[in-house]
Design a protein around this ligand. Structure first.
Ligand SMILES: [Cu+2]
Length: 68
């Protein structure tokens, strides 16, 4: 599965880099790419291991919000 999440709350490359690292660490995430400019995370994941709620949880644990 591949999805693009719109992220609110990222202010700098530290924010986006941290979120990208945390998403990539999540079990079931095959690859994650976070763009500060687009305020979005492109995530490829194994839906048998993680779902959208699981991805949202990672985003929220990093202090950001999924807005779409
Ligand atoms: Cu920042």
């Amino acid at each position: 599965m591949k999805t693009t999440l719109k992220i609110a709350g990222m202010h700098c490359n530290g924010c986006s880099g941290n979120l990208e690292r945390m998403l990539n660490k999540r079990d079931g995430v095959l690859s994650a790419k976070v763009s500060l400019e687009a305020a979005a995370a492109e995530v490829e994941y194994d839906e048998a291991k993680v779902d959208l709620d699981g991805l949202r949880e990672v985003v929220e644990n990093c202090g950001f919000d999924v807005v779409g």
